[in-house]
Each structure stands twice: as C-alpha cells, then as structure tokens.
Design a protein around this ligand. Structure first.
Ligand code: ADP
Length: 322
C-alpha cells in the first residue's frame, strides 16, 4: 500500500492527536504517503483531504481534542453518500484509512471496507464502550478529570453536609462512573449495567447519615435509568439533607492526555499502519491483557464488553455506612 488516510470521527477524546501523530509518522517512515482527512466522514464527503508531513503533527502529542477536527455525518449513513466517499478516496489513490473513533465510526469503516477500502479502526472514545478492547483512548484522561472534580466536590459537600450527585458521561457504559467513583470514594455508584431503585439509594444514604457520615457522594452514569435532578429532590425529601446535582458535561472530554492514553494511542495507531503496510484486511486495533491486538473489524463490533461486577461490588462494600 502506497497511500493511506487518517481521520478522527464521532466524539473527540484526549489522545486522538497522539494517534494521528503516530499514524502519520509511522506511515511516512515506511515510505507511504499519508493524507489527513478533516472532520471525519463529513470532511471525506466534501473532499477535505491534505497530504501530511512529518512536521504537520509536531507539538500535538500533548494536546486534547483533535487537530483533524471531528464531526458526526448524517449523510454517511446513506449508501449513495458512502459510495461517494469511497470514490473520493479512489480519486486520491488512497487504499487504506486509519479511522480513530468509537463504534459508530467503526460501523462507517465497515461500510467503506465493503467498497474496497481497507479500514483500520483505532479505538478513540472516552466512554470505554468497545467490548473487544480493555481500554479506549481518552478513557484514562477522562477518569482522572472526573476524579479531580469528585475530590473538589467532596470538600464542599462535607463542609455543608450535603448529598451530591455527580452525573458523568459514558453513554450506555458505566465504566467512567465505576472507575472514577471507586477511586474517588463514592458512597453510591449508579451504572446502566446494574439496577438500583430509589429506595435502595435513599436507604444507603440514610445508613451513612445514621453512622455520622457528614455528606454523601453519588456518582451516576448518564446512562443510568434515572433523572439526576429527580433523584436529588427525592433524596432531600427522604433524608432531610440538602442534595445537589453536578453535571460536568464536556469538561470531561477535554484536557491533555495522560501517559496511559498517549501510549495506547501511539501503539494502537502504529499497529494500524503496520497492518495497512502489510496489506492485511480491515481490522479493529485494541488492547487485551496489556498487549496490542487486532481483530476483524466487523467481528470486533459484535464483541460484547463485560462489566466489571467485582469492582462494582467492592465499591458497594467500601461505600457502606457502618
Ligand atoms: P462514535 O464513533 O464516537 O461512536 P458516532 O456514533 O456519532 O460516534 O459515529 C460517528 C459517525 O460515524 C456518524 O456521524 C456517521 O457519520 C458514521 N456512522 C455511524 N454509524 C454508521 C453506519 N451504520 N454506517 C455508516 N456510517 C456510520
């Protein structure tokens, strides 16, 4: 393969730039021409493609977001537009593309692969919701950002003897809530993978209160089946204590990537380029048991992730009021 493209798609994640840098430099090092495709599939459809040089990706390793920009492309769900995208790549002589994004972006990649383009998926999403890989790029940074927020909120919650519900991102996946919650010492963690009714939440907060706990911290995943403001209202009524909701929103997506995210981004993107250079079929690159792995792109999308129930149970033990 002589010419390859790289794009970032879907929600941005810290570490995407590190992946772009590795893809560009490893490609050039192997003697290939590397093209940057702006604004994900949306930019592809509009032909926003430029040749990248070694120095085009200088000084970006440490930056959050993505220099290639990212987008959601409703057009790219339509067959005729996907055909158009494949034709555009053909016009540039691009035979393979490194797609850095989440499951939606990989599904778009599967469609391009059906049209003769080799696609290597690099997992870039803070949600950690791709079942075939232990980690996705951006997750570690987001967890640490949330952890900082929990630590700050703990100070004010305990001073005012409040209950605080922190609603974190993650879509249908509870990993961001679980990891930040257990590391931040949350009293209750609410995730979409485990049912927990309002009575149980109130009982656990009351048990803490009865043992003299000054405050309670509840970390709730956005995918949990409850409205956080409603939960705060019920908690106030049931516990007689002030309850507040904090929704950090996009703060969770920004910031300089951690060492872990930079390393995963760099090694998975380098692997994607190796596979393109070797003319392999389309694959999803990931991390499994600490090693970089590659699975068939379509099959990877079908792997269901396993929620870490043991970690969740441990958080329940540690959050008990006794
Ligand atoms: P993420 O990649 O973070 O999961 P999205 O789900 O928004 O983000 O997907 C990013 C983009 O990928 C979409 O806007 C769309 O252009 C493309 N995409 C998603 N699903 C498909 C699909 N089934 N077929 C073609 N393109 C898709």
């Amino acid at each position: 393969m002589k010419k390859i493209g790289v794009l970032t798609s879907g929600g941005d994640a810290p570490g995407m730039n590190a992946a772009v840098r590795a893809a560009v430099r490893c490609g050039i090092d192997k003697g290939m021409e590397v093209y940057g495709i702006k604004r994900g599939y949306e930019g592809l459809l509009d032909g926003e493609i430029t040749k990248m040089e070694w120095h085009s990706v200088g000084d970006i390793l440490q930056r959050g977001g993505t220099i290639l920009r990212t987008a959601r492309s409703p057009r790219f769900h339509e067959d005729n537009w996907i055909d158009h995208g494949a034709r555009i790549l053909g016009a540039f002589g691009i035979e393979g593309v490194v797609v850095i994004g989440g499951d939606g972006s990989f599904r778009g990649g599967v469609e391009l692969a059906k049209r003769g383009i080799t696609v290597m998926g690099v997992p870039g999403t803070i949600d950690n919701d791709l079942g075939y890989t232990d980690y996705t790029i951006g997750f570690d940074t987001a967890v640490n950002t949330i952890l900082g927020l929990i630590t700050n909120i703990r100070d004010t919650s305990s001073s005012h003897e409040r209950s605080t519900i922190i609603e974190v991102m993650g879509r249908h996946c509870g990993d961001l809530a679980l990891h930040s919650g257990i590391s931040g010492g949350a009293d209750v963690i609410l995730v979409p993978e485990v049912e927990c009714d309002i009575n149980e939440i109130c009982r656990r907060v009351l048990e803490g209160q009865a043992t003299g706990k000054g405050h309670s911290l509840i970390v709730m995943a956005e995918g949990f089946d409850m409205d956080s403001s409603e939960l705060a209202k019920t908690l106030e009524e049931m516990t007689g204590r002030e309850a507040r909701t904090v929704v950090p929103g996009y703060i969770q997506r920004g910031g300089s990537p951690t060492e872990k995210d930079r390393l995963i981004a760099t090694t998975t993107a380098a692997k994607a380029v190796d596979l393109l250079y070797d003319d392999e079929d389309s694959k999803a690159i990931g991390v499994f048991n600490g090693k970089v792995v590659a699975l068939d792109l379509q099959e990877a999308l079908e792997v269901k992730g396993e929620f870490n129930r043991d970690l969740y149970e441990l958080s329940n033990v540690l959050g008990k009021g006794r």
